[in-house]
Every structure is written in structure tokens, then in C-alpha cells.
Write a protein that binds this ligand. Structure first.
Ligand code: CUA
Length: 316
């Protein structure tokens, strides 16, 4: 009736929901009706002397057994819909590395592609091997009825089979700090044919993309990398102060930073930007907080850092 069928789990979850909701609705209406009838029927003017009732075994059994059956029914439907989610993904599932960090999702494919949007083929099992870098996040794809928390230090896998091509919301549903609400992105479900086409041409590395005639400029590639890594969740490019300093006009300019507890002034250059990416807490710009950014050591190559520097340089 209300049931959607956008993933292999949707029907089971919706059935559990409808069963539980129907039981609740039945009792809400039933109890409210009885309450109203009793208020009128047993009002003081009609029933001046209260009737004393001393136990009734039959009634006691009835109001124990019926709720037990109802609660067990709720448990049963909840259990059968949850159990397959918690099982290991099928052998032939396509694995995608899923990184959650304040405040961005990154999806990494076996061909080296790295995106902030999840792209998957329809009708195929997809396993998201999830890791949280800093705090607890929670992956939620409402259309697929899929939700799983990710605790730092405890990698987990969530899997699903999407049933219908389209674009669906994917977001973090565990409050994880100031910009929690910006951890929203999408799942794009493509037909197998479209997916294969995308996957085969998306495998080009940054180095390959920067060769040839129509190659984008290093700054344009740097911008892409910044978006993929989610740097823009905390660093604006228009001078707005978010969680970290804005990139606008910082290159070549002086900043006051705190290093090992003492203040010093330095010029933003290649070396400083590189250090800020690999060891973000070494120098903290005055007016900003320490400990909010973790190292991107395993997420970004030297070559990519050069492109990021080119982009920041271009923002004058
Ligand atoms: Cu991540 Cu909320």
C-alpha cells in the first residue's frame, strides 16, 4: 500500500513499519473511543456510587496473552527485515570504500576513482566498506531504508541492491558537530550499461587527465580534488569564515599561527600548505581551533597536493 521497493530491504522494513503502525493506530483509536464513552457513561450523575471489582482471572489472561502476541508479531516483522541487512554482503558484491569524516563523505572505487557522490549500478549488490576518521557518523539512505552507524576504529560494511535507476538522498544521521548538516549527498543509481560506461572512463588518474590538448588547468583539477575530499566543508573560497580559514587570497600573504604553544608569523607558501594538509595541527592560524582537522596523509598524493596548491594560488 505505502510500500516502496527501491532496494532489496525496502519491502521488509516497510512491512514492519506498517504492522507496528497499524497496531498503534488501532489502539490509539480504540482506547480513545472507550475513554470518551466511559467519561459519559460513568459520570457522577449517572453512577453516583463507584462499583468495586475484585479481580477477574479470565480478563487477566486475555490482557496478558493478546499483548504478548502483538508484541511478538512486531518483533517478528522487525527481525526478518533487519536480519538480511546485518548479514555479510553476497560474494559478488561490488565493494566501495566509504570514508566519513567531519563533514564529508568520500567514496573510493577499485579503479582509483574518488567521489563525494555514490554512483552504483542497478540490480547489483553494493557493499560499502565504511570507516569513520574522527567521530561517530551514520550512513542513511532513506529511500533504501538503509541506516548504519560508523564508529571510529570499527570498520563496518553496509550493503544493498538498488532496484530502480534514479537519484536518492544519502546523508549523515548522527549529530557529528557544527557542519553535520552538510554531510548530505546523493546516490546515483545507473543502469548497468551507463554504469560500465562511467566506470571505464572514470578510471583515469589525475596525471592522465592533466595530459592532452583539452586538459583542464592544474587549478581546475585542484578545485575538483578539494571538492572530492570535502575541504570546502570547512574552508570557504570567498572569504567567509567557517571552521577553518578561507582559501581566498591567503597564498603569498602573512598569517599568524600558533606552533607548539607560541605564536609566530609566516608566509603562506607551497611548503606551508603541504604541511597543513599532512599535519594540520602543526600550525594553527590564530582565531581557529586545534584538533578539528585530521591528516589527509592517506587520502591525497603529493601530485594532488601540487594541484591543490595551484588552485589556492589562483584564488587571489
Ligand atoms: Cu557526520 Cu553527522
Amino acid at each position: 500500500m505505502f510500500s516502496s521497493n527501491l532496494s532489496n530491504f525496502a519491502e521488509g522494513v516497510d512491512t514492519a513499519f506498517i504492522v507496528i503502525f497499524s497496531i498503534i493506530l488501532f489502539f490509539l483509536v480504540g482506547l480513545t473511543t472507550v475513554l470518551i464513552i466511559f467519561i459519559f457513561r460513568y459520570r457522577e450523575s449517572k453512577n453516583p456510587v463507584a462499583t468495586q471489582i475484585h479481580g477477574n482471572n479470565t480478563l487477566e489472561v486475555i490482557w496478558t496473552v493478546i499483548p504478548l502476541i502483538l508484541v511478538m508479531a512486531m518483533f517478528y516483522f522487525g527481525w526478518v527485515s533487519w536480519k538480511p541487512m546485518n548479514e555479510n554482503p553476497p560474494e559478488d558484491a561490488m565493494h566501495i570504500q566509504t570514508d566519513a569524516r567531519m563533514w564529508k563523505w568520500t567514496f573510493r572505487y577499485d579503479n582509483g576513482q574518488r567521489l563525494d557522490t555514490l554512483i552504483v549500478p542497478v540490480g547489483k549488490a553494493v557493499a560499502l566498506d565504511m570507516k569513520a576518521a574522527d567521530v561517530i557518523h551514520s550512513l542513511y539512505i532513506p529511500a533504501f531504508r538503509l541506516k548504519k552507524d560508523i564508529v571510529p576504529g570499527t570498520p563496518r560494511t553496509a550493503w544493498f541492491i538498488a532496484n530502480s535507476p534514479g537519484i536518492y538522498d544519502l546523508f549523515c544521521t548522527e549529530y557529528c558537530g557544527l557542519e553535520h548538516s552538510s554531510m548530505i549527498t546523493a546516490v546515483k543509481v545507473l543502469t548497468q550499461e551507463d554504469f560500465d560506461a562511467w566506470y571505464s572512463q572514470a578510471g583515469t588518474t589525475v596525471a592522465e587527465a592533466s595530459e592532452g590538448e583539452n586538459a583542464p588547468t592544474p587549478a581546475a583539477l585542484g578545485k575538483q580534488i578539494i571538492q572530492q575530499l570535502g575541504c570546502n566543508a570547512c574552508h570557504s573560497t570567498d572569504g567567509t569564515k567557517i571552521v577553518g580559514p578561507s582559501y581566498l587570497g591567503i597564498y603569498g600573504h602573512e598569517v599568524t599561527v600558533e606552533t607548539d604553544g607560541s605564536e609566530r608569523t609566516l608566509i603562506v607558501d607551497d611548503e606551508y600548505i603541504r604541511r597543513s594538509i599532512l599535519d594540520p595541527n602543526a600550525d594553527i592560524v590564530k582565531g581557529f581551533n586545534k584538533g578539528l582537522m585530521l591528516s589527509y596523509k592517506d587520502q591525497v598524493s603529493d601530485e594532488e597536493i601540487d594541484l591543490i596548491i595551484a588552485y589556492i594560488k589562483s584564488l587571489q
